[in-house]
Ligand binder design. Structure first.
Ligand SMILES: [Fe+2]
Length: 384
């Protein structure tokens, strides 16, 4: 059987203390004046100054911007890119969660192309930007190794994205020490996001032998270490394993892609202003149950990774249910709330069906869902 996959890599500096190499690595990339992009919380936590000091120590001039926000609006991307161009920066260093790293990728699109960023939504080809260094402070999105730049499209009041050469980092610096300050809630939400990346990559239409290996390791690492990271967030060895898991999960879905779980999570997140990981936790169990009809062997392997036994004689339907229940239990175990407890009106779910179907990730589902099936998935996600 033939397989098609990408064996692409992004250079990574990984491990506790890695962020202290930022200046030296930026210099190697030829950066002499860097935009250091982050949010106010990262500044307050002292992390931005750590990065800025490293850059300055290497003789690099810094334009400091704390304008990053959660689900960064396109307006911020356009404004910061204009400032960076005016200042003549020749490199971008972004430090923060997924929103910050994605926004930095979008800013880099505008370093080589005319504004606004909205012109490039929908994956149009753009020219390369400047060298880009991404430094995550959570263990979840894997944004440091993906080419996806999602920002808030304020014209259409939705999230929109750009994927191309300018939205891929030249270097990811993954320093688990930067994740030590995450609260148990953020640890859980970001960890389940990474878990969803791996499970969806493992069950996507574009799954392949390379992404399977990455996804399997991600799933095992998260099952073992996420509960420990929540219980003891100051354990650097556990944080290191979670940082690695997020990076592996990001690499897995860079090629194999996520699918219906993320279509639903994106839609729920926008409709009810939910944290991304909460939407992922709600959507993943019914989606796994749904695809069991098409890829029972894969769902069986997933069940085994989850520690389940006696899967051999189950019907596809029962297999899907059993593995979905196991995922649901894991999400509850790490403290992710069910949508039904968040004051969401169940009858409003029907309005979301067209948005789920229109989401780009839906095309990666191994089963093309009907409207009725999407509604059923949404209802099941509500009760996860
Ligand atoms: Fe995600």
């Amino acid at each position: 059987m033939l397989s098609t996959f990408k064996a692409r890599t992004i250079s990574v500096v990984f491990g506790p203390g890695a962020c202290l190499t930022t200046g030296e690595k930026a210099k190697e990339l030829g950066i002499t004046k860097a935009l250091c992009f982050h949010g106010k919380g990262i500044k307050k936590a002292g992390i931005a100054d750590k990065i800025i000091n490293s850059l300055k120590k290497a003789g690099i001039e810094v334009l400091d911007s704390d304008a990053s926000k959660s689900d960064t609006p396109d307006i911020v991307v356009n404004e910061v890119a204009a400032l960076a161009k005016e200042a003549g920066v020749n490199g971008i260093v972004a430090v923060g969660g997924g929103s910050t790293l994605d926004a930095a990728k979008a800013i880099n699109v505008l370093m080589g192309n005319e504004p606004p960023i909205n012109k490039y939504f929908g994956f149009q080809i753009t020219k390369a930007g400047v060298p880009l260094i991404l430094i995550p402070t959570t263990s979840g999105t894997g944004s440091e190794v993906t080419s996806v730049a999602v920002v808030t499209d304020t014209t259409n009041n939705t999230k929109n994205g750009v994927i191309n050469a300018a939205t891929t980092a030249d270097l990811a610096i993954v320093d688990p020490e930067l994740t030590l300050g995450m609260s148990p809630e953020l640890t859980a939400i970001s960890g389940i996001d990474a878990f969803s990346h791996a499970v969806e990559a493992y069950t996507s239409k574009r799954m392949n032998p390379m992404s399977d290996v990455l996804a399997e390791k991600t799933i095992s690492l998260i099952l073992e270490n996420l509960p420990l990271a929540i219980a003891n967030g100051s354990d650097l060895a556990i944080r290191t394993k979670m940082s690695f898991a997020a990076l592996l999960g990001g690499t897995a879905f860079s090629d194999a892609t996520v699918h219906l779980g993320h279509s639903i999570a994106h839609t729920l997140g926008a409709a009810y202003n939910l944290a991304h990981g909460i939407g992922c936790a709600a959507a993943l169990p019914p989606v796994v149950e749904f695809v069991a009809a098409a890829i029972p062997e894969k769902v069986k392997d997933l069940g085994k990774l989850m520690g389940l036994t006696d899967l051999e004689k189950l019907s596809n339907e029962d297999l899907g249910k059993k593995v979905a229940d196991s995922i649901r239990q894991f999400c509850h175990k790490v403290g992710i709330p069910s949508l039904s407890t968040l004051g969401i009106d169940e009858s409003s779910l029907a309005d979301l069906v067209p948005t789920v179907l229109a989401d780009n990730c839906t095309t990666n589902s191994i089963i093309k869902p009907t409207e009725e099936q999407v509604l059923s998935l949404l209802k099941s996600a509500y009760r996860s």
